[in-house]
Design a binder for this molecule. Structure first.
Ligand code: SAM
Length: 365
């Protein structure tokens, strides 16, 4: 917050029109007003926007902050913004619709020559020795309790990355800078990079860690690097399929990629560990978060382009409810009609009302 506050303070003038994307409860919009912004659009799809609106009025900024409950990608604005401020990251900046949202806002909602906060994020990686984290991930599935074999699940958990706590002493290599996301120019949502590491000491490699440094504006920065005070973002631990003993003569090649598929990223990482002679890799793993989700063939089939779906009985009920939502009936009115029509689906019209309320909240205009 200190960094964001400093960057806003530097960027804002009494003429500034600010767009706060992902305003949440509105703290960045409030700060923008405190630093003198003429107009602030606070945009947030969740109900947290109600708090932002109340906070705007409580702080005397009700006439300058306009709260909009929506995604930035769904709005248009009467004035273009001189400044767009946002924090749509997760543990890493490659998170859900963060990059497409910024690319869209920059193109449609930012005035020519306008500024973005953050300005850029820089991603780092290093090989890590973290037996405790690795064992807690894998060992429960490898231990043959009750004389049963659950090894299959260990292949799933090693294809998932997790937030981790890592100290600088646990790193087996120097950090490698593998990606800079410059928000003023970024176009592609997907990234791919090749990284080479040389251990600085012997140890057991359990995978690698990725973190980012943020530049909100020149000289106004924060870092999530091991050893830095812990922030809300953190460090991502990408495990290897099995731990690998490493020495300073080894070379480790990692191909990493992140592809936005639907609502979030699929991460893939291929690791090759070469000994001193660098001929054939002595360890080689291909991992992906795609393999980290148990996929049922039946569900995958239903998502195929050639699948011809037919509604199940509960789909028929939802279809009927949606058809009754034509603006002439109240929820309880619809509930009574639906409970009568589908008596085996609802014990009473009140049960139907709960289902109707969910659909009304989602699709009601
Ligand atoms: C990490 S929170 C940031 C909250 C707030 N800026 C703060 O500092 O307290 C990110 C918010 O962005 C919202 N969000 C994500 N994508 C968005 C988009 N394209 N337009 C508007 N809001 C978005 C999410 O609903 C979430 O509340």
């Amino acid at each position: 917050m200190r960094a964001y506050s400093g960057a806003l303070k530097r960027a804002i003038t009494s003429d500034s029109c600010v767009l706060d994307i992902g305003a949440g409860t509105g703290i960045l919009s409030l700060l923008a007003c405190q630093y003198g912004a003429r107009k602030v659009y606070a945009v947030e799809p969740s109900s947290a926007i109600v708090v932002a609106d109340e906070a705007a009025r409580a702080n005397g900024f009700g006439d300058r902050i306009e709260c909009i409950q929506a995604l930035s990608t769904d709005i248009t604005l009467p004035d273009k913004a001189d400044l767009i401020v946002s924090d749509l990251r997760g543990v890493l900046p490659l998170f859900k619709q963060h990059i497409p949202s910024i690319v869209d806002a920059r193109r449609r909602l930012l005035a020519p020559g306008g500024k973005l906060i953050p300005k850029r994020d820089v991603l780092w990686a290093a090989i890590v020795e973290t037996a405790q984290h690795y064992d807690s991930l894998v060992n429960p599935w490898l231990r043959e309790r009750f004389e049963l074999n659950m090894e299959r699940a260990s292949q799933i958990v090693t294809n998932v990355w997790e937030r981790a706590r890592v100290t600088p002493e646990q790193l087996l290599t120097k950090p490698h800078c593998w990606l800079t996301i410059d928000y003023l120019t970024v176009q592609s949502t997907n990234v791919a990079a090749e990284m080479t590491f040389q251990p600085t000491r012997s140890g057991t490699g359990h995978g690698f860690v990725v973190w980012f440094d943020a530049v909100l504006d020149d000289g106004i920065e924060f870092s999530n690097a091991p050893g830095q005070p812990e922030l809300i973002y953190g460090i991502a631990f990408f495990p290897w399929s099995v731990p690998v003993d490493l020495s300073a003569d080894d070379a480790i090649l990692i191909d990493i990629r992140a592809d936005l598929v639907g609502s979030d990223y699929v991460w893939s990482w291929q690791t090759r560990v070469f000994g001193k002679e660098r001929v054939r890799p002595r360890a080689h793993f291909s991992q992906s978060t795609f393999l980290g989700v148990p996929l049922s063939p039946c569900e995958v089939r239903k998502r195929g382009a050639s699948y011809q779906p037919r509604l199940r009985p509960d789909g028929q009920v939802d279809l009927h409810i949606l058809q009754l939502m034509d603006g002439t009936r109240s929820n309880d009115n619809i509930a009574k009609l639906v409970a009568e029509r589908f008596p085996s689906s609802f014990r009473s019209w009140r049960d139907a009302l709960a289902r109707i309320a969910d659909l009304a909240a989602k699709y009601g205009d």
